[in-house]
Design a protein around this ligand. Structure first.
Ligand SMILES: Cc1cc2nc3c(=O)[nH]c(=O)nc-3n(C[C@H](O)[C@H](O)[C@H](O)COP(=O)(O)OP(=O)(O)OC[C@H]3O[C@@H](n4cnc5c(N)ncnc54)[C@H](O)[C@@H]3O)c2cc1C
Length: 447
């Protein structure tokens, strides 16, 4: 086994450059101590097919990496092949038909910037660096995602390499089962994607936001209010609440609502609801309306997820009333680690207009509200405590949860429900059919 057949390269465990290539495959500074036997860094789509065929010949299981933003470093497993497709990052845009073919290593923020040149848009993820490969497979909760649905709904076809090394295109007419599975199976998909054919949207002309911060004594009225007004919030506003430690080191609540529309008046109207909190007089910072750019939104999100830090995350979907969640929120406030660790509360389901209809696809678990914990730290000595912080609190909240997002999965630490039972059974049958020898790793845990 050597790299001569690849346009990219192949590095075996023990060879020079192995550890660097392994580490570069995971964005989280908390690198898993798992060691693949071999790393293939594909330079072309043909390389991906060659790598899967090599893995089949050598009896290696395969973990595929696109942008490396899986918090768990899901694709880095013990033994087998780590197939890194991060160099595949081209986008071919057909502005006229509002369609594009994108490669999996392309970061979503780069796609957004590229599309803006043609007045087009795609609901890519909220942070720079999150690549389309992992993002689209797991569902994809991006900018204006409440308007367009999880981003996998915008995937019309996938080009992929099957477990036996065949390159094929799956769409609604041909190998439709594979398209069905690619929309939502996330880190359990049983093929290597080399390209996504996606539908594009017109670029929203106005990017606006609002920001209010409240002392933690207002926890109950702020979250109760947020849930009450959720059904009035327009789909173009992503109402998000955060709990984090403010500049004085004390926990505080932040209320924001990135809004992407075509007209400033529409944005002002949409954001007015965020100023209706009954304890508004207690707000420490009040910015009812501000216009921004997509670059500003990305910079704001990036500040909460700095590069090089260590992360431990976990999450839940819920429709539990705020009153029932309050004991959990109290515990989160009491125990939250140093900034920029935070809790995110996102209004996903309810809105003043109906959500877009979901097609039949593997993606099937979502709910009114999304709650996620992000522990962020730098000292490896804090790993165990901070991983336990996110995991144990979400375990404590399980009675209120209907499932989890694969975006922020923590399945190795806490298996949870992420696809409904009927679709999970279909997915298992499809895996048996398309990957009978288990060439591709499944999820690191499941119920
Ligand atoms: C800072 C940060 C911000 C985030 N923000 C958001 C957000 O706003 N919205 C959201 O929905 N999610 C968000 N996420 C979660 C993110 O979307 C997922 O972790 C996603 O899997 C990342 O995609 P990736 O290609 O960068 O990751 P990778 O780690 O490369 O991929 C994740 C997994 O997907 C599978 N996979 C990846 N590429 C392929 C492929 N080509 N073929 C087959 N399988 C593949 C592998 O199992 C891999 O382990 C965020 C994550 C981080 C770290």
């Amino acid at each position: 086994m050597d790299g001569s057949e690849f346009d990219g390269d192949l590095i075996k465990r023990g060879e020079g450059g192995y550890e660097r290539a392994r580490r570069e495959a995971v964005w989280n500074g908390r690198m898993p101590e798992r060691m693949p036997d071999v790393i293939v860094r594909a330079a072309t789509e043909d390389d991906v097919a060659r790598a899967v065929r090599l893995a089949a010949r050598e009896g290696l299981r395969v973990g595929v990496r696109s942008g490396g933003h899986s918090w768990a470093g899901n694709h880095v497993r013990d033994g087998g092949m780590l197939l890194d497709v991060s160099r595949l990052r081209a986008a071919e845009v057909d502005a006229e038909s509002r369609a594009a073919r994108v490669q999996p290593g392309l970061p979503g923020n780069e796609l957004i910037a590229r599309l803006a040149e043609e007045d087009l848009f795609f609901p890519a993820g909220h942070c720079p660096g999150v690549a389309l490969g992992g993002y689209l497979l797991q569902g994809g909760f991006g900018w204006n995602g409440r308007v367009h649905g999880p981003a996998c709904m915008s995937v019309e076809a996938v080009d992929l390499v099957t477990a036996d090394g065949e390159l094929l295109r799956a769409d609604a007419r041909q190998d439709a089962d594979l398209l069905w599975a690619a929309r939502g199976s996330g880190p359990g998909f049983f093929a290597a994607v080399t390209g996504f054919h996606v539908r594009l949207q017109p670029r929203p002309r106005v990017v606006a936001n609002a920001l209010f911060t409240y002392p933690v004594e207002c926890l109950e009225p702020v979250f109760t209010w947020a849930q009450e007004v959720a059904t009035e919030v327009r789909r173009t506003t992503e109402m998000m609440l955060f709990i984090h430690r403010g500049e004085d080191g004390e926990p505080e609540i932040v209320v924001t609502g990135p809004t992407l529309v075509d007209d400033p008046d529409e944005a002002r109207d949409a954001l007015a609801v965020l100023a209706t909190c009954p304890v508004r007089s207690r707000a420490r910072i009040e910015v009812p309306y501000i216009e921004a750019t997509m670059a500003d939104l990305y910079a704001g999100a990036h500040a909460s997820y700095p590069d090089g830090s260590r992360y431990g995350v976990d999450n839940m979907w819920t429709h539990a009333p705020a009153a029932e969640l309050m004991p959990l929120f109290d515990r989160i406030v009491e125990t939250i680690p140093e900034a920029p660790s935070h809790m995110l509360w996102m209004n996903w389901g309810p809105g003043s207009e109906p959500a877009p209809a979901r097609p039949d696809m593997a993606f099937s678990v979502e709910d009114d509200t999304y709650i996620a914990l992000y522990g962020v730290w730098t000292d490896p000595a804090d790993d165990a405590a901070n991983v336990a912080w996110a995991t144990d609190l979400m375990r404590a909240g399980e009675e209120h949860a209907s499932g989890i997002q694969l975006a922020d999965e923590n399945l190795a630490e806490r298996p949870a429900r992420f696809i409904d039972e009927e679709r999970m059974a279909r997915l298992d049958a499809l895996r048996d059919e398309w990957d009978p020898e288990g060439r591709f790793h499944p999820w690191m845990g499941r119920l």
